[in-house]
Ligand binder design. Structure first.
Ligand code: 13P
Length: 232
């Protein structure tokens, strides 16, 4: 089971360190991933099951890409886990499909672990499951789904940061479809919290979760890890 926390634009360098120190003391059989903001990255001494990754990077070793971090900066911290395709980057930051594909190809060539995020906006969900399938299918075009260090996160846009998680049936139906297309571990993300995490990770096709807001308090994240333990 993979339990990941996406800090987004939250936490400082000091609070990230404190968060990770707390996690180190928690007994879990889960693979844990934490994605702090770039300013909080460091060479953390962590047990093998906890890895820090980056929320974003520019697909270049280094160069003139003002405001971006490249592989040189990522590798300084021995980081090899990256988020690609998050809906906030696609929609709020206007990251194009072309750039998403370039980042994927770059990370794959680097042999980094990729958490590739896909998921439909509200109007697509409302148009019915055929539309959802077509939308997700489009997000897989140009992506090597056989890459062995790929993890896919299904995160419906309408469920992110809204407090309205997809229903278990919606998660399951979409996961089942995605599993017909690829063999990578499959996560769910979108308003996961301490209360619903147990049922979500209990779904047959679900290999874990990518959590935003409900994971930012270290005590809550620890409770989620405990809830997963109880659910299995
Ligand atoms: P929330 O858990 O805040 O809905 O965010 C989910 C997410 O975007 C994880 O990447």
């Amino acid at each position: 089971m993979i339990i990941a926390s996406n800090f987004k634009t939250n936490h400082t360098r000091a609070s990230t360190k404190d968060f990770l120190e707390t996690l180190k003391a928690v007994g879990t059989t889960c693979e844990v991933r934490v994605f702090p903001p770039a300013t909080a990255l460091d060479c953390f001494a962590l047990p093998a099951h906890i890895k820090v990754g980056v929320q974003n990077f520019y697909p270049a070793q280094s160069g003139s890409f003002t405001g971006e971090i490249g592989a040189e900066q990522v590798e300084e911290f021995e980081i090899e886990s990256v988020l690609i395709g998050h809906s906030e980057r696609r929609h709020l930051l206007k990251e194009s499909t072309e750039l998403v594909r370039q980042k994927y190809a770059f990370a794959r060539a680097k042999d980094w672990e990729i958490i590739y995020c896909i998921g439909e906006p509200k109007e697509v969900r409302e148009a019915g499951f055929d539309a959802v399938r077509a939308y997700v299918e489009e997000q897989l075009v140009g992506i090597d789904v056989r890459y062995e260090r790929l993890i896919v996160a299904y995160e419906p846009v309408w469920a992110i940061g809204t407090g309205l998680s997809a229903s278990l049936e919606q998660i399951q139906e979409t996961h089942q479809y995605i599993k017909t297309r690829l063999n990578a571990p499959l996560l769910y993300g979108g308003s996961v919290n301490v209360e619903n995490i147990g049922a979500i990770v209990g779904l047959e096709e679900c290999d874990g979760v990518l959590v935003g807001s409900a994971s930012w308090k270290k005590e809550a994240f620890v409770r989620m890890l405990e809830a997963v333990k109880t659910a299995h």
